[in-house]
Design a protein around this ligand. Structure first.
Ligand SMILES: CC(C)(COP(=O)(O)OP(=O)(O)OC[C@H]1O[C@@H](n2cnc3c(N)ncnc32)[C@H](O)[C@@H]1OP(=O)(O)O)[C@@H](O)C(=O)NCCC(=O)NCCS
Length: 384
C-alpha cells in the first residue's frame, strides 16, 4: 500500500489556505474586498440588496436585475404563522435571540418542498428565501419571546433594513437610523473563511442542505470569540466611566491575561478596515446625538492603550456593537443582527462549496493511548 504523507498544519488552521474562493478576501495589511470591490467603497456607496446581489451572484446587478432581486426578497418576507405559534411556547425558556434564529430557520425548512435541491437556480432562490425570512423571524421572534409582544407583519414598500427595523420596533425608522443600520449590514456581509463561514462550508461539503449548513454557521457565530464579541464589547464599555477608567480596566484585564473584547483578529494585525468605516459612522452619530461623546472618547482610549500595550487593533465588533447601542437596539440582538447580514455570505459560500465540492475531512494527530485490553468480556455476539 502506498504510504500516506500527512501534512501537519498549525492549531486553529492559523495562516493555512484550505481552498479557493472568489467571494471575498481579507488582507493582513487592512483590506477587505467583496468580489473585487473594496469594503469602504461599498459601505459608502452601495446598499444591502445591491451588495447582497454582488456577493451571491458575483457581479453588480444592472437596473432590471436589481429590481427583480429586490421584488423577490420582498415576496419572501412572510413567515408561516405556525412558526410564531411555536415561538409563543418558547417564552421563558433558556434561549438567546440567536438560538431563536436557528430554530426559526430550521422550522422554515419544513415549509420548503425543495429544501434539498442543489441546482444553482434553486439554491439562489433558497438563499433569497432565507435572507428575507430570517429578518422577519429575528424581529418577531424577539418581540414574541423576549418582549411579550405581538408579531408585526412585514411591509412591502420598505427596503430590507428599514423593514427589519420597522418589524422590530413597530414604527418606520428615520432615514438616518436606517441608513446607518444598512451600512453596518454591508460591513458584516462576508469575510472569507472565518469560523462560521468555514463551518457552513464544512456542512455543505457533505452535500447536506443549505438550511442545515446555515444553521451550523449560526451556531458558530454565537461564540464570544466570533460574532458574540459585539455584545460582550458593548457590555464591557457600558461599565467604564471615563478615559482614566478605561486605562485602569485594560491594564487590569491584561495583567490577568484575559482578553479585552472587541480587540484582536486572526487576519488583521494592524487595522480592521471595517473599523475605519464604523468610526466615520460614529462621528456622524455624534453630530446628532452628542450624549455619546463620552462613550466615543472611552473607545478611542481603548484603542490607544491596546495599541500602546500590545499592538492589538480593535475589530469591527468593538465599533458596531456601540453603534447599535446609539440606535437604541437591545444588546442581546447584536450578534443576531450580525447574522442577518452574514447569512448572505454563508449562502454564497455554501453555493460555491457544493458547486466544486470535495468533502472537508481532516485528520487528528492522535495523542491518546493504544493497545488497551477491555476488562469486561461480555461476548454479546457469541451469546446471540
Ligand atoms: C479574535 C481572536 C479570537 C483571534 O485569535 P487568534 O488569532 O487565535 O489570536 P490569539 O488569541 O492567539 O492572540 C495572539 C496574542 O494576542 C493576545 N490577544 C489577542 N486578542 C486579545 C485581546 N482581545 N485582548 C488581549 N490580548 C489579546 C493573545 O493573548 C495572544 O497573546 P500571547 O501570544 O501572549 O499568548 C482573539 O484576538 C480574541 O479572542 N479577541 C477577543 C474576541 C473578539 O473580539 N472577537 C471578535 C473577532 S472579529
Amino acid at each position: 500500500m502506498e504510504r500516506i504523507e500527512y501534512v501537519r498544519v498549525p492549531k486553529g488552521l492559523e495562516n493555512v489556505i484550505v481552498d479557493k474562493s472568489s467571494i471575498s478576501v481579507s488582507d493582513p495589511e487592512g483590506e477587505l474586498i467583496y468580489r473585487g470591490y473594496e469594503i469602504g467603497d461599498l459601505a459608502e456607496n452601495s446598499f444591502f440588496e445591491e451588495t447582497a446581489y454582488l456577493i451571491l451572484k458575483g457581479k453588480l446587478p444592472n437596473e432590471d436585475e436589481l429590481g427583480d432581486f429586490i421584488s423577490k426578497l420582498k415576496r419572501e418576507r412572510d413567515v408561516p404563522d405556525e412558526i410564531f405559534e411555536i415561538f409563543i411556547k418558547l417564552k421563558g425558556k433558556y434561549l438567546t435571540p440567536i438560538d431563536v434564529q436557528r430554530i426559526g430557520l430550521e422550522l422554515l425548512m419544513a415549509y420548503d418542498e425543495k429544501w434539498y435541491s442543489q441546482s444553482y437556480d434553486d439554491l439562489i432562490l433558497r438563499a433569497i428565501k432565507i435572507i428575507s425570512k430570517l429578518a422577519t423571524i429575528t424581529a418577531n421572534g424577539y418581540r414574541i419571546i423576549f418582549k411579550n409582544k405581538e408579531p408585526i407583519k412585514p411591509r412591502y414598500d420598505l427596503g430590507h433594513s428599514e423593514n427589519f427595523l420597522y418589524m422590530l420596533k413597530g414604527e418606520v425608522p428615520d432615514n438616518f437610523s436606517s441608513r446607518i443600520f444598512d451600512i453596518t449590514m454591508i460591513l458584516y456581509m462576508d469575510h472569507d473563511f472565518n469560523a462560521s463561514t468555514f463551518t457552513t462550508r464544512c456542512v455543505g461539503s457533505t452535500l447536506s442542505d443549505i438550511y442545515s449548513a446555515i444553521s451550523a454557521g449560526l451556531g458558530a457565530l454565537k461564540g464570544p470569540l466570533h460574532g458574540g464579541a459585539n455584545e460582550k464589547a458593548t457590555e464591557m464599555l457600558l461599565k467604564i466611566k471615563d478615559e482614566n477608567d478605561a486605562e485602569r480596566y485594560i491594564m487590569e484585564t491584561l495583567a490577568k491575561k484575559e482578553k479585552v473584547m472587541g480587540f484582536g483578529h486572526r487576519v488583521y494585525k494592524k487595522l480592521d478596515p471595517r473599523t475605519a468605516v464604523a468610526k466615520k459612522i460614529f462621528a456622524k452619530i455624534l453630530e446628532k446625538k452628542p450624549q455619546y461623546l463620552n462613550m466615543y472618547k472611552i473607545m478611542l482610549k481603548f484603542e490607544e492603550v491596546m495599541w500602546r500595550e500590545r499592538k492589538i487593533p480593535a475589530n469591527v465588533d468593538f465599533w458596531i456593537g456601540p453603534i447599535y447601542y446609539t440606535l437604541d437596539l437591545d444588546i442581546p440582538l447584536y450578534t443576531p443582527l450580525f447574522a442577518l447580514s452574514r447569512v448572505v455570505g454563508w449562502a454564497a459560500h455554501y453555493i460555491e462549496q457544493v458547486q466544486e465540492n470535495k468533502i472537508i475531512r481532516p485528520k487528528a494527530d492522535y495523542v491518546g493511548p493504544r493497545g488497551l485490553n477491555f476488562p469486561y468480556k461480555r461476548n454479546w455476539l457469541s451469546k446471540l
